[in-house]
Design a protein around this ligand. Structure first.
Ligand code: F6R
Length: 245
């Protein structure tokens, strides 16, 4: 397990980009596992800026996102599909046909099964993760089995409140999502979890120092053979110093 502690959000983002860039240079058909939310926006900005400098290309890159809200999808401003277009896909040379998210509309069980089939057939090179203040990864809320694969999830009131900032009002936040399961995430060759801000400090502490328990879904990542935590000082504030790399 690698822990990188950075001064701030911007440094966290560029450390994460260094890891992604190394892969892109080595493997032009890399498979990236991507996340939404506030945490990876800086990483995506680094990806776009470097692409615009001509340093990397995404022509043959393929992506799999962690999750999508139930009821939202292509064309819905708050869907994760549109988030990814706005913050990354529209600004790089990726083929949109190579960008995958679970479908939040139509037959939801079929959407889960289809996504699982895709994930079984692929090996994600780097999975990017954020962490919820309650320790969730993707939308695998506390209590989710470590064996879970893509499934429909009822969002907790806390997650709904945390995500309300992306919507006009609290009642607009969907109450369900489709998420990759923890077993899908653990299959990635490499996992990079980023966390920024004091509100993540407890979750980070529990993930890295606490018991490995479904009460903190991120705690299972410690059993992965190649996991890197990139934390800004505030997110790392509950860990003892001297562990940074
Ligand atoms: C997003 C996702 C979530 C977020 C987490 C942190 O695709 O799966 O697990 O990574 O909720 O969200 P932010 O980054 O907004 O603090």
């Amino acid at each position: 397990m690698n822990i990188i502690i950075t001064k701030n959000y911007d440094q966290m983002s560029s450390e994460a980009y260094n890891i992604v860039k190394e892969l892109l240079i080595k493997k032009n058909n890399a498979v990236l596992g991507l996340a939404t939310g506030s945490t990876p926006k800086g990483l995506y900005k680094n990806m776009i800026d470097d692409y615009k400098k001509g340093a990397v290309s995404y022509k043959n890159v393929c992506t799999y996102n962690l999750d999508e809200y139930v009821g939202l999808g292509k064309g819905d401003k708050q869907s994760y599909r549109e988030f990814m277009r706005a913050y990354l896909f529209n600004h790089i040379d990726i083929d949109l046909n190579n960008t995958h998210l679970p479908s939040g509309k139509g037959d939801l069980q079929k959407a889960c099964d289809d996504y699982n089939k895709k994930l079984e057939a692929e090996k994600i090179d780097i999975q990017i993760l954020g962490i919820g203040a309650n320790g969730h990864i993707a939308f695998n809320e506390p209590g989710t089995s470590f064996d879970s694969v893509t499934h429909i999830v009822n969002l907790t009131p806390k997650t709904i409140r945390d995500n309300a900032r992306f919507f006009d009002k609290l009642s607009d936040v969907p109450t369900q999502a489709i998420t990759m399961g923890i077993a899908n995430i653990m299959k990635a060759k490499k996992i990079v979890l980023m966390a920024s801000g004091e509100n993540k400090a407890n979750a980070v502490y529990n993930a890295i120092k606490g018991e490995i328990t479904t009460s903190c879904p991120a705690s299972i990542l410690r059993t992965h053979s190649d996991v890197t935590y990139i934390l800004d000082e505030q997110a790392a504030s509950k860990l003892k110093l001297g562990e940074s790399k």
